[in-house]
Design a protein around this ligand. Sequence first.
Ligand SMILES: C[S@@+](CC[C@H](N)C(=O)[O-])C[C@H]1O[C@@H](n2cnc3c(N)ncnc32)[C@H](O)[C@@H]1O
Length: 637
Amino acid sequence: MPISLNPEPRMTRHLVTHTRLFEHDPLVIVDVGARWGFNQEWKVFGDGLRVFCFEADKEECERLNASSSANVKYLPYALGGASGEAVLYHTRLSASTGLYRTNWQYFSRLLNRDNAIVEKEETVRLTTLAEALRLAGVPSIDFLKLDVEGAELDVIRGAGEYVDSPQLLGVLSEFRFHPEINGSPPFWQLDAHLQKLGCRLFDMHFSHQSRRVLPYGGLADYRLPNGERFFAYTVHGQIMDGDVLYFRDLLVPANSSIRAQAKPMQLLKMACLMELYELSDCAAEVIMEHRERLSSVVDCDRLLDLLTPPLGGQRLPYDQYMRAYFEPRGEVVKAAKQASTAAEGRGQGVIHSMEPLRCSPTSELLEELKKHSFYHCIDLGDGRETEGWAVARPVQQLVLRQLDRLSFEGKRVLDVGCRDGLFSFYAEKRNAAEVIAIDNSLSSGAVEVLIPYFRSRVRMHEMNLLDLTPDRFGRFDIINFPGVLYHLRYPFQALKILRDLLTPNGILVLETAILRIHEGTPLLYCPAPKESPYEKTSVTFFNPRGLRDTLASFGYRVEGCDYLYGINAFRLPYTNLRSRLVASGNQLQRWTPSLVRLLLQRYVIDRGVFVCRIDPTLIDPELEDYWNRIYEKVTYD
Ligand SMILES: C[S@@+](CC[C@H](N)C(=O)[O-])C[C@H]1O[C@@H](n2cnc3c(N)ncnc32)[C@H](O)[C@@H]1O
């Protein structure tokens, strides 16, 4: 898993494009181990950036230099702790090439052992980073990135004045946990060295690698440039390696003299880098603590506003965010705590983190709920509910009936399009190990009131499902996906993204709007938004066959299916007139869709829930390559 990145560094973008702050004093970054190009996240600095990249592979440097802009240079040096000769081990997977030979006896136990296969040994001349930078005429650097297969600490040791200098703001480095991997210094040595330089750990991501005897599912479908599959990180297994991010923490005593002399530009560069790596809180602290020094150069209030994250899906200025963060939510949590203490006092014992409180929600809580609008009707523990949409209840019950049949115990669950969290809280209550919920428009009521009130561990994120990757949250045993597919403009892409997020035996619970026409033919009805049978965001209506065939082509085997209305008006579990009419409409529409359309001026829509399990045998590997990758052997019939 990579270090967290901020997809929207608004303050940095503002400083680069509006104030043009870095035009005359660019951010200088050194990237050691730059195969395939430097880190994309720095591109936000535009022409306010200078990157000096080091890569031992000369040809790779030539290739990269040929297409890089003037402010980026790839320098073909093998860097080490001291100058002299050394052996460079070229591995089958070029990215694993390095100065430390992997210990086959240890590493062959691991699923990804092929990474250690050495194809060539080359004697190379080592240079230190300090020598190389002096030769390139670089006086000082702001940030250092290292990814050199174990030689990271060696490179730092050879960086002399460049890392001792107070100018250095931070370091991003790869590391290994175990000395047995390739004999390189493990994490604790790297950490001790960086601590001595005044750097402190700000973020860490580490990766798991399975034993070969029983490998877990992979985190991604890893491929070599020629399309061949290779094995790498897995969802579980022993932790092996990772990445760490260090910054000079100016508020610790070890850095007090550096802090006293820090120039505004240095402080702003540090704040920008922190924002880039999802540390906007630390960036805000840098600005607050040095407000006086910075005010002559920038508008600190504006920067704080730009750093402020959304609250309950809303963007607030910094001051309002702080008030809203500490005041209303504090009240809710306080109310929840008071209520739970009262419940425990009555001898009800420990309340499960999700169990609604077994006493009336306080009047403060009810007041708080009134400030938000809800879609889901969620039980507050005393029979009272959030005021959601009653009409959506039957569909939710259709989904819940299927969920009731699944085991959630110890499972990782993803709730896609979670709205107010009805299904997320349900999964938590059923003892899921972890529940991640996403929605492209987060429910403020869920985030600010329900989660604190329930003391829930559900983690809700505002994001589009199209941005989900296994790197972001890992893989899931169960993905709940109700009420969203028909809203999507890219339904096929969504089904692929979710398939790639499931563990090998994972389950997708898909609920969507269904158009029951021409049931022998696989169809997708995609009306123009203004002609939608629902409202303008609903533009994707499969017929049952169309959905089943699509699911199968992605490797989903449908294990269970149920419709809300169905086609038999007399066998419905619901006996109300409306349900009977819709079922009759469904039936008629299967045979004469145009007549129904003519009579009603629109189609009749049913709802269907499909419980699907991943079955790799359904996937045609040739088609997978054809649709997703480069395909060499084309045989069109
Ligand atoms: C009809 S509601 C369904 C809510 C809940 N899943 C249920 O079935 O009760 C659809 C939800 O999907 C969300 N949504 C729509 N498109 C999305 C997308 N591309 N990524 C994430 N969420 C999306 C909407 O914001 C909304 O909250």
